[in-house]
Ligand binder design. Structure first.
Ligand code: SF4
Ligand code: SF4
Length: 424
């Protein structure tokens, strides 16, 4: 009987870790459905970006107060969970605060530090909830977030408040029993949890805290909060070349070389099966990693000239649509063993031509994104499919395409008169 709590704890923990690993493997498999793309260059700069953009959250600090609150939530949540190490070891060994004796005064310092952070996390989450639900910042009430994404954001903030509160309740009840007066926050709160029920409250809060953390871990793969993991690889694989430099399509580039500098053109290249991307499998794995890394913060759409002038396009929606379609394709594969045509595609069924044509390719969305996502890359690939596979382009663009094809310039001038456009 005395080992039942330990056995239960082990069952919960092993099951939670197994289920989380299973879901993360599905996400990895889905990302690898994308086309291969070699991003193995400039490793030093990439690690620098991981430190600056993911750990340091550099782009967030353009708005210092919000950045500070976000940093408190992110760092506080991670640091406080260091205490999870003790909780897990206590759970396995059936001990109670096994580090208290060996660490002595340093342990008291750590718990005080964690408790102050816990209070700061609660305050920051409350501010974020108010910004979303009371002040209703424009980017948080946009239709992009209707339904599950809006609830998801609120669930995350509420869960973090609950977990931090359980941590403080657990410590306060424990302070009543053992360490009265040694902890700043829980020592202050401990009179609320004194009396005979203190032991029960401490144990209940302990169990709810660990179950809550394990449940939260398993919620991540279903939530935009997955970015707390994927922001790191996404920062590593982010674009290093100038933002305005677009990836050429090698097959098209080779065709141009055949025409203009045949001596430089490679020989024996097979014709591409498809141009651009019609569905998620035609995008690169980096585009798909982007889709899973999106925090749904809306900074891209707030900076997008198309969104801001009332066009249908919202870069946040482009990324969210890509993730939703990828999830749908992934479920199809899990159910059938391999992808069975469901008659849908990312292009048209999720993202419309009107959205795609509204993009000015200004790169503002890419510049703003705090987790190194490029909505523009996805837009360009879908546009390439529209134009090169479906011959579906605005009329004005078609005139420009024929001029380029016939005159090697966008204007209606013979190649010999290419400079003539300067004459008015
Ligand atoms: S590149 Fe396109 S989607 Fe991105 S901000 Fe500019 S117009 Fe908007
Ligand atoms: S793409 Fe980037 S900026 Fe846009 S919502 Fe996602 S995380 Fe935020």
């Amino acid at each position: 009987m005395q080992y039942i709590p330990q056995i239960l704890f082990l069952i919960f923990t092993v099951f939670a870790i197994w289920f989380f690993s299973k879901n993360m493997n599905i996400i990895r498999r889905n990302i690898l459905l994308g086309k291969d793309k070699d991003i193995s260059d400039r490793k030093g700069e990439r690690w620098r970006n991981v430190l600056l953009l993911a750990f340091g959250q550099k782009k967030m600090f353009r708005y210092p107060l919000v950045a500070l609150l976000h940093f408190v939530v992110y760092a506080g949540f991670i640091i406080i969970n260091i205490e999870m190490l003790e909780i897990v070891l206590d759970g396995i060994a059936g001990t109670h605060r096994m580090f208290r004796e060996p660490l002595g005064g340093f342990y008291i310092f750590l718990i005080n530090f964690f408790e102050i952070l816990a209070v700061l996390v609660i305050v920051s989450c409350a501010v974020f909830l108010i910004r979303r639900n009371v002040i209703k910042l424009k980017r948080f009430i946009s239709h992009d977030l209707d339904g599950w994404p809006r609830s998801d954001a609120n669930y995350i903030l509420i869960t973090e408040i609950v977990l931090m509160s359980l941590f403080l309740i657990m410590n306060s009840a424990d302070a009543t029993l053992h360490d009265k007066g040694q902890y700043l926050i829980s020592g202050y709160l401990s009179p609320l949890f004194s009396g005979e029920s203190a032991y029960t409250i401490e144990k209940t809060a302990w169990w709810l805290h660990i179950i809550g953390v394990l449940a939260f871990l398993n919620y991540l793969p279903y939530s935009k909060h997955l970015h707390i993991i994927l922001a790191f690889p996404n920062a590593y694989y982010g674009k290093l070349q100038p933002l305005t430099e677009m990836d050429n399509m090698p097959s098209v580039q080779n065709e141009v070389l055949y025409m203009m500098q045949p001596e430089l053109a490679p020989t024996g290249d097979a014709a591409p099966v498809k141009f651009g991307a019609k569905d998620v499998q035609d995008l690169s794995w980096k585009n798909l990693l982007d889709a899973y890394s999106c925090t749904e913060c809306g900074r891209c759409s707030a900076a997008c000239p198309a969104t801001q002038t009332g066009k249908l396009l919202s870069p946040r929606k482009i990324v969210m649509d890509t993730r939703d379609r990828l999830t749908e394709v992934g479920k199809n594969i899990s159910k059938n063993g391999s992808f069975v045509d469901d008659g849908k595609t990312l292009l048209h069924d999720y993202i419309t031509t009107e959205e795609l044509w509204a993009c000015t390719t200004c790169n503002a969305c890419v510049k703003e994104c705090p987790v190194s996502i490029s909505p523009l890359d996805i837009i360009l690939e879908l546009r390439r499919s529209l134009i090169m596979e479906e011959s579906n382009a605005p009329v004005e663009w078609n005139a420009m395409f024929s001029n380029i094809e016939n005159n090697f310039a966008p204007w209606k001038l013979s190649p010999d008169d290419r400079d003539a456009w300067v004459n008015g």
